[in-house]
Design a protein around this ligand. Structure first.
Ligand code: SF4
Length: 106
């Protein structure tokens, strides 16, 4: 999980993400540059507790059900950073990543 090094929650009390402080946790996640990676990790690993990727467990349950196909897309590595998106699948992954990050319906 190399993305964890860039997380906005580095140094933040973990209890913030596993208590009754969802709004505060979400505020931290809102500005996190690895929010999508974090959310995908939580969804793929069926993490049932805490705020991950700015989403509560109940919200992630919806993600798992409604966005199963999107998560599958992320299992395939995309092109290296800075390289062109060469395939339709790469473009689909990028679009899916945008939708997942913004919480739009699929
Ligand atoms: S999205 Fe939230 S929980 Fe995930 S790494 Fe970023 S700050 Fe931490």
């Amino acid at each position: 999980m190399s993305w964890k090094h860039d997380a906005a929650c580095v140094g933040v009390d973990p209890d913030l993400f596993f208590g009754a402080t969802e709004a505060e946790a979400k505020a931290v996640c809102a500005g996190c540059p690895v929010k999508v990676d974090c959310l995908i990790y939580a969804v793929e690993n069926d993490i049932l507790h805490g705020v991950w990727g700015g989403r509560t467990p109940a919200e992630r349950k919806d993600d798992r059900l409604a966005r199963r196909n999107i998560v599958k897309l992320f299992k395939r590595p995309g092109p290296p950073p800075g390289k062109a998106l060469k395939t339709r699948r790469d473009r689909d992954r990028l679009e899916a990543r945008k939708k997942l990050a913004w919480g739009e319906p699929t």
